[in-house]
Design a protein around this ligand. Structure first.
Ligand code: ZN
Length: 362
């Protein structure tokens, strides 16, 4: 009896032992599977994460690039004849700037073309953090508006027609032409007493009234920072008192690359601090060429400049002696409209065009 009991006991022992071994086997197999699966899952997760970070980095570098595009050299500007420093000088420090000059036919030459020196990159004032890209502290739109994007995607040119140094007695005629073609433009104005009706008309007809300094006298505009500030504030107040518009758009007399000052960065800092956006140009009509240009030549300069760019900011003048600019304007608009170009006024949504700046100069 006891023998039978013993052998039963042994059989049970063996069965239990097998069970335990099977359990161990299962545990080992599960462990091995886990050790294979876990790294694979981790790899997949890390790969997806890497893709996300890489896409994010692309987006950020695009933003930084589009900002830096506005700051660095516009090579086209240098290639275009007379594009820089071609501002006529109707003004000098001895004249009363409220009155029209006595000898309006001879704008003096100024700001000879100089080789453009790229200034050393300015050190950012803020330490970059891990999440915020190092975007330069420049007000103004950093990407094209939907309207501009849509036009560009259809292969259309986008053109901003700008007129400096007015308003004068010819400004009404310029407005008539723009009105006739249903085109809105941008007027970078100075303070000229007695032309308030022209400013009101600009506002009523949907053009942009922008600032070009109060006096346009280089010695005043490019004096110390308090003089520069006064040139801005007085003009801004004047425009507001006449039109009710607070202008935050500015163009430096002579452009930001002018050779009249070596302190342009100080003035730019002032504009940035006060939310004022400055615009240069990348297409010059060269209508300020001493002695004047025939209308056909002005028109060709504009159209050839526009053809070479997707987005053009065209420099013209609506001053009292700009007969050929006025004569050229209908031709220019007709050609642009024949090209199906989108002609817009500059607004706060417009991505600025900036020249590079001469860091040392006279
Ligand atoms: Zn000017």
């Amino acid at each position: 009896m006891s023998k039978v009991a013993n052998s039963e006991h042994e059989i049970n022992e063996v069965a239990r032992h097998r069970k335990r071994i099977n359990l161990y086997k299962r545990i080992i197999i599960i462990l091995i599977i886990a050790m294979i699966l876990l790294p694979t899952i981790l790899c997949v997760v890390l790969f997806l994460r890497l893709n996300y970070v890489s896409n994010k980095l692309d987006e950020l570098s695009k933003v930084v690039y589009s900002n830096s595009q506005n700051l660095v050299v516009d090579n086209d500007v240098n290639q275009n004849q007379g594009e820089k420093g071609t501002e006529p000088d109707y003004y000098n420090s001895n004249s009363n700037t409220n009155n029209k000059p006595e000898n309006p036919t001879e704008p003096s030459t100024e700001a000879p073309t100089e080789p453009i020196v790229v200034p050393p990159t300015e050190a950012p004032t803020q330490a970059p953090t891990e999440t915020v890209p190092d975007v330069p502290k420049i007000p103004g739109a950093t990407e094209y508006s939907d309207e501009v994007k849509q036009a560009l995607s259809k292969g259309r040119k986008v053109v901003y027609l700008t007129f400096d140094d007015g308003p004068w007695e010819k400004t009404d005629a310029f407005l008539d032409v723009l009105n006739q073609y249903g085109v809105k433009a941008t007027f970078f104005i100075n303070y000229h007493e007695g032309f308030e009706d022209e400013l009101i008309r600009m506002r009523e007809e949907g053009h942009t009234i922008a600032m070009h300094s109060y006096s346009h006298v280089y010695e005043h505009v490019y004096g110390d920072i308090s003089e520069f500030e006064s040139e801005i504030v007085k003009l801004q107040d004047y425009i507001f008192s006449v039109t009710g518009v607070k202008s935050t758009i500015f163009r430096f007399p002579g452009g930001s690359s002018n050779s009249k000052t070596n302190k342009i960065h100080t003035y730019i800092d002032y504009l940035n601090d006060n939310g004022i956006v400055y615009y240069d140009w990348n297409v010059a009509s060269a209508d300020a060429t001493p002695g004047g240009l025939p209308a056909s030549k002005i028109c060709n300069n504009v159209i050839n400049g526009v053809k070479g760019k997707d987005v053009s900011v065209v420099l013209m003048h609506d001053a009292y002696d700009k007969d050929t600019t006025l004569e050229a304007l209908p031709m220019i608009i007709e050609k642009l409209q024949a090209m199906n170009a989108l002609i817009l006024p500059i607004t706060e949504d417009t991505v600025p065009v900036h020249h590079n700046h001469i860091s040392t100069g006279g």
